[in-house]
Design a protein around this ligand. Structure first.
Ligand code: NAD
Length: 290
């Protein structure tokens, strides 16, 4: 396929290179650098001329809206526009409607798996948009990822991503505060893990990504809390979840509190650049009432 790839940062570059390595003809555009191994275009509009699929991997919804306005008029009529960025649900639906007004099918296809998953071609794609467009893009998802779930119409991919990450943010905080409480109670962390990992307190945050060093499988906690999944990226996703909750009149008190705690951690407590599981040392340092 002829593929245009716009946004070649930490995630986009390895994703685009995996598509090129699989034999696709990939034309890349980025306002910063375009990695060797791709055909470099001089603009986003030039990149999508002749494309069967145009993929974007951009920082946020405002930039996505600007890039979409530039590339949609330049896309061939048969092309599929597939945005893999994590953006707000409203931006995803707006750019899909803009594409569909020109007869171009659009997908919102955010990912989980981080930069390691992008490099290894092991991402998970959560996809919203028409089934026919999903079928066109599915072979590309299979190269860049290990799993792709068609979640529903436009916006469903972003909705699935923020709902999942809201569960993750809340359970990670709960897991960290439980370990910090165990410390104060004189309960050995390994014993808490042995009980909770096979009891009703079990979650992915505890058993696959344990925030306590030396316990459970290897995780960023065992590496000085270097990310992994950085706290500021968790904050971005929790704020997108709150934006969506407000717009859809959903009540999400735990998600709101998780967003506020990660905001404090990132903006006021030195958490920027640390893994999101570094909430554990944050809690152990704090004392209430004295
Ligand atoms: P990044 O900042 O490394 O890359 C974004 C790229 O977009 C940069 O290279 C930038 O130069 C480029 N860009 C900005 N404006 C542009 C424009 N107008 N035209 C063309 N290129 C432009 O970010 P990233 O880590 O690659 O993340 C990309 C997206 O993936 C974000 O939405 C992020 O939330 C999401 N995401 C990231 C991770 C992760 O672990 N990094 C995991 C899952 C999802």
């Amino acid at each position: 396929m002829n593929i245009a790839f716009i946004g070649l940062g930490n995630m986009g570059a390895p994703m685009a290179l995996n598509l090129a390595a699989a034999g696709h003809n990939v034309t890349g555009y980025d306002t910063a650098t375009i990695p060797a191994g791709l055909t470099a275009a001089s603009s986003a509009a030039a990149a999508v001329a002749g494309a069967d699929v145009a993929i974007t991997m951009l920082p946020n919804g405002d930039i996505l809206r600007r890039v979409a306005a530039e590339i949609i008029p330049a896309l061939p009529a048969h092309a599929v526009f597939c945005d893999c960025s994590t953006v707000d649900v409203d931006s995803a639906r707006t750019v899909a409607a803009l594409a569909e007004a020109r007869g171009i099918a659009a997908l919102d296809a955010p990912v989980s798996g981080g930069t390691a998953g992008a490099a290894a071609g092991r991402l998970t794609f959560m996809v919203g948009g028409p089934a026919s467009a999903f079928a066109t893009a599915e072979p590309l998802f299979a190269i860049m990822g290990a799993k792709a779930v068609h979640c529903g119409p436009s916006g469903a991919g972003q909705s699935a991503k923020i709902c999942n990450n809201m569960i993750l943010g809340v359970t990670m905080i709960a897991t960290c505060e439980a370990f910090a409480l165990a410390d104060r109670l004189g309960l050995d962390r390994q014993k808490l893990f042995d009980v909770a990992s096979t009891s009703s307190g079990q979650s992915w945050s505890l058993t696959s990504y344990c925030p306590a060093p030396g316990i459970g499988p290897a995780s960023p906690a065992d590496n000085g809390y270097r990310p992994g999944f950085a706290a500021e990226l968790m904050l971005k996703d929790l704020l997108l979840a709150q934006q969506a909750a407000t717009a859809s009149h959903a009540e999400t008190p735990m998600g709101a509190l998780a967003a506020e705690l990660y905001r404090q951690f990132v903006e006021e407590e030195g958490g920027k650049g640390m893994d999101f599981s570094a909430m554990l040392p944050r809690f152990t340092k704090r004392h209430i009432g004295h």
